[in-house]
Design a protein around this ligand. Structure first.
Ligand SMILES: *Cc1c(COP(=O)(O)O)cnc(C)c1O
Length: 406
């Protein structure tokens, strides 16, 4: 247990945060400081099982020895080179990503938003560079692609658009998982189709089997590029290095970020040679892109996560979560559906349970809600089975308490 003094210190920090940070988030009133594996500790000393992983970011959990080693190794080296010069970690990371995926070339940046912005621009530029007048992009309802004007316009959730209109023109949104709707939406001016293999922020929506493959086929027939946003599903999250590799689907462009660098900001836009060729000198850039520390961290993450035994373990843990959440759906009327794959799961509730996240935290587990009715379970990929078990038990107790209070 934590002392009253530590609690006071934390309360003062929260108060300061509320005064000085913009109020565009609704953070829980705790300040996290330390962690080990899938357990984090706040500044007042309270421990929590982390079932959020900073929204699918802390892939190696907390306090991982490889992470520490990278930080130490890079401490005396240049922290930034700009893109006027090369740096070794960026070269190494690009090589590793091309070895592990369909991609021939990698554009490096800082976030999922930025990776998608680059993908959007690249899709248009590719067609323009061939003298083709294709500029339209088809995206899906319920999708999430980021918050810059381009990525926001791709995002198929009107609530995020409110007050920021007009959106970037040339984007249409169709129902997710509906191949007939995609067929109908493709026109001779379609440049690209943007899809998440599983919609993350849309509520962990898993499309019908064969959806990605059918989308690939339609894009081939109609001359549109297939862009997969794997910012949330990539880098092992679903038990495959890329979620699309499970289906054997090869996109033209694919984006990564979130778990790529274990918590350091790094995004990547992956592309086939023919498509990437549109990025000629001066066409696109990012000052911080290819940061050596972030890229060295990503190389360590890839070493750890891409091992077949690791990916298999993620799939097995995913089966455990799926079984547990499905059991709750049979047992509790307020649990409606469990969806997910690997270590990315959503539990749909029949109604909002406003006190759930607080109830969970009071029982020593961090979870979060997507929208009002989907509980996300996306722990660090290195979570131990006993940690996961304890976290889920606490979550179950929190759910029944929150349902009782609702
Ligand atoms: C989180 C997310 C983004 C945005 O990433 P940021 O790093 O927050 O810019 C884009 N696409 C998907 C699928 C995401 O889950």
């Amino acid at each position: 247990m934590s002392g009253a003094q530590d609690q006071q210190k934390m309360a003062a920090l929260v108060e300061s945060a509320r005064q000085h940070l913009t109020a565009n988030y609704r953070p829980a009133p705790i300040v996290l400081e330390q962690g080990q594996g899938a357990t984090v500790r706040d500044v007042a000393g309270t421990r929590y099982v982390d079932l959020v992983a900073g929204v699918a970011v802390s892939s190696l959990g907390h306090g991982h020895p490889r992470v520490r080693q990278v930080l130490l190794d890079r401490a005396d080296k240049v922290l930034h080179t700009s893109n006027l010069y090369y740096n070794q970690p960026a070269i190494e990371l690009a090589r590793r990503l091309t070895e592990l995926t369909f991609a021939d070339r990698i554009f490096l940046c800082q976030s999922g938003t930025e990776a998608n912005e680059a993908a959007f621009k690249l899709a248009r530029k590719y067609h323009r560079s061939r003298g083709d007048d294709r500029f339209e992009v088809v995206s899906t309802l319920g999708s999430f692609h980021g918050r810059s004007m381009g990525a926001l316009s791709l995002t198929g959730q009107p609530k995020y658009h409110q007050g920021f209109e007009p959106m970037v023109p040339g984007i249409r949104h169709i129902p997710y998982g509906d191949i007939a709707a995609l067929d109908a939406a493709l026109t001779p001016t379609t440049a690209a189709v943007f899809l998440e293999p599983i919609q993350g922020e849309g509520g962990v929506r898993v499309p019908p089997d064969g959806y990605l493959a059918a989308a690939r086929e339609l894009c081939n027939q109609r001359g549109a590029l297939l862009v997969l946003d794997e910012v949330q599903t990539g880098v092992g999250r679903t038990g495959h290095f890329l979620a699309c590799q499970r289906d054997g689907v090869v996109p033209d462009i694919l984006t990564l970020a979130k778990g790529l660098a274990a918590g350091l900001p790094l995004g990547a836009t992956l592309a086939r040679e023919e498509v990437a060729a549109a990025l000629v000198p001066g066409s696109h850039a990012s000052t911080f892109g290819g940061n050596p520390l972030c890229c060295a961290m990503a190389c360590a993450v890839i070493d750890e996560i891409s091992a077949p035994a690791m990916l298999q373990r993620i799939r097995q843990l995913g089966d455990l979560i799926g079984a547990r959440l499905s059991e709750w759906c049979r047992r509790y009327p307020f649990c409606v559906e469990a969806r997910g794959r690997g270590l990315l799961w959503g539990l749909e509730l029949s109604q909002p349970l406003p006190s759930l996240v607080d109830q969970a935290r009071a029982r020593g587990v961090l979870t979060n809600l997507i929208g009002e009715k989907v509980v996300r379970c996306a722990p660090p990929l290195v979570i131990r089975e006993d940690e996961l078990d304890a976290g889920l038990s606490a979550l179950e107790a929190a759910l029944t308490a929150a349902a009782g209070a609702a």
